[in-house]
Design a protein around this ligand. Sequence first.
Ligand SMILES: Nc1ncnc2c1ncn2[C@@H]1O[C@H](COP(=O)(O)OP(=O)(O)O)[C@@H](O)[C@H]1O
Ligand SMILES: [Mg+2]
Length: 200
Amino acid sequence: MKKLIFEGAEAKTFLVEFNGKKAVEKERIPKKYREKKLDEKIRKERIKAEVNLLHKAKIAGIRTPIIYRIDYNKNSILMEWLNAKKIKEKINSMEKKEFIEIGKQISLLHLNSIVHGDLTSNNILIKKRKIFFIDFGLGFNSHKIEDFAVDLLGFKKTFLSSYPEKEQKWNWIEQGYLKSSKGKEVLKRIEEVEKRKRYL
Ligand SMILES: Nc1ncnc2c1ncn2[C@@H]1O[C@H](COP(=O)(O)OP(=O)(O)O)[C@@H](O)[C@H]1O
Ligand SMILES: [Mg+2]
């Protein structure tokens, strides 16, 4: 069994079977505009980075899929299938607590020097109040407040462009984020980044 579940700009994601269980296989697709050797190298590096970050997050206590196997010939990651829904699909039935939890979990990523790089309501999953993070393909390690601010601001922008009562919901996410020791500093930096952008 191999069923395409998502085709993005960088990767194809399939539902497959592994040891009799559902699993997810994410294959990085070649980029034709890049020279072949360079493209191979970049795809391998991104896979390595994604796996490292998924693992690092898991060790920090953040829910991410378990990695089963990395295939450097196919440039793919085989991982646990999370029986959870994208928050995008659940947002209207989610409660305040759950939004606060999302903010808390993002701050936990940052406290562990993990910048996700692509925080959207497609890359955060939910199952019975539990929050999961996937898709660390654009992520990196950093201690910088600026990087955390840009990470959270990316999420804020996509978040505020959709959903009913989005301001209230976003506020709850910020409330959760503020529970961390660096929360205030990061939110302040977001304001500065937004101001800077306005004058560009
Ligand atoms: N471990 C997983 N368990 C369940 N669904 C997943 C898993 N990984 C990815 N998906 C699904 O596949 C989609 C694409 O995966 P993602 O890693 O976000 O790739 P892309 O970089 O192309 O966005 C996700 O939005 C999600 O719906
Ligand atoms: Mg994604």
